[in-house]
Design a protein around this ligand. Structure first.
Ligand code: GLN
Length: 237
């Protein structure tokens, strides 16, 4: 159970969904909070365990088709994530975890599988696997710098009127319609691995600020060096 004093970070289903180092998102959030003197507590929720509903920031990663289906079933049955979001918690959902948040997604044979309906999106199998670096310009309303990361997924995602696109793709496929990811309230979905928050620390700070308010700036020169290296490599003509 999360305590009331520390900022609680809840890592959902590390036993099912944690490909491409997505767990690094947890480490980045912990580190960026602690560097500002904010105490954190991280809870790893395995798929047999209930999802606590009084956490602050929830994270879920990417994965293969079978574990993705299992994760969707268990999250739906559990209901804890829905209650947490209804209480104002923040969520970053990556790739398989992103697709699960919608009404439906494509299973291992492309069959439609029920998602958990936290976001107004639906996913299905796309025409080809999207693999490679992704660069995208974020919705101006969020005031974040260019997103960088990589993607590896078969699914394409259709956004309904209840969400806004997170960003417009400059390189890569993302949702498959010229946009990458989406957000609604304090819930962000994205296809970005990298891990996403190591490549995009401003996105980590957005999640933190939703829970703790204004944040003091940090020296991000090492993150910036990584970002510039990736962005200049990818954007080479
Ligand atoms: N199984 C999903 C797809 O291929 C998600 C993949 C992933 O999480 N990397 O679209």
């Amino acid at each position: 159970m999360p305590s009331d004093s520390a900022l609680s970070i809840v890592w959902i289903y590390p036993d099912l969904l944690s490909t491409y180092g997505d767990q690094g998102n947890v480490l980045v959030l912990e580190q960026r909070a602690r560097r500002r003197g904010i105490e954190t507590e991280t809870i790893h929720v395995r798929s047999a365990d209930p999802v606590p509903e009084n956490g602050d920031i929830y994270l879920i990663g990417g994965g293969e088709d079978r574990p993705q289906i299992l994760a969707a079933e268990r999250l739906r049955r559990d209901g804890g994530l829905h209650r947490a979001i209804a209480r104002g918690a923040a969520l970053l959902a990556v790739c398989a975890g992103y697709q699960i948040m919608g009404s439906t997604f494509g299973g291992e044979e492309g069959q439609p599988v029920d998602g958990i309906g936290l976001l107004d999106i639906s996913s299905s199998r796309g025409p080809a696997r999207a693999v490679g670096e992704l660069v995208a310009e974020v919705d101006a309303a969020l005031g974040l710098p260019t997103l960088t990361g990589f993607e590896n997924h078969m699914g394409v995602t259709h956004l309904g009127p209840g969400v806004r696109p997170l960003s417009r793709t400059v390189k890569g496929i993302g949702n498959g319609d010229g946009f990458e990811g989406c957000y609604a309230g304090h819930v962000v979905g994205t296809y970005l691995h990298g891990p996403a928050l190591a490549r995009n620390p401003a996105l980590a700070d957005l999640l933190l600020s939703w829970r703790v308010g204004q944040l003091t700036p940090l020296d991000d020169s090492h993150y910036e060096a990584l970002r510039q290296e990736r962005l200049s490599t990818v954007m080479q003509p």
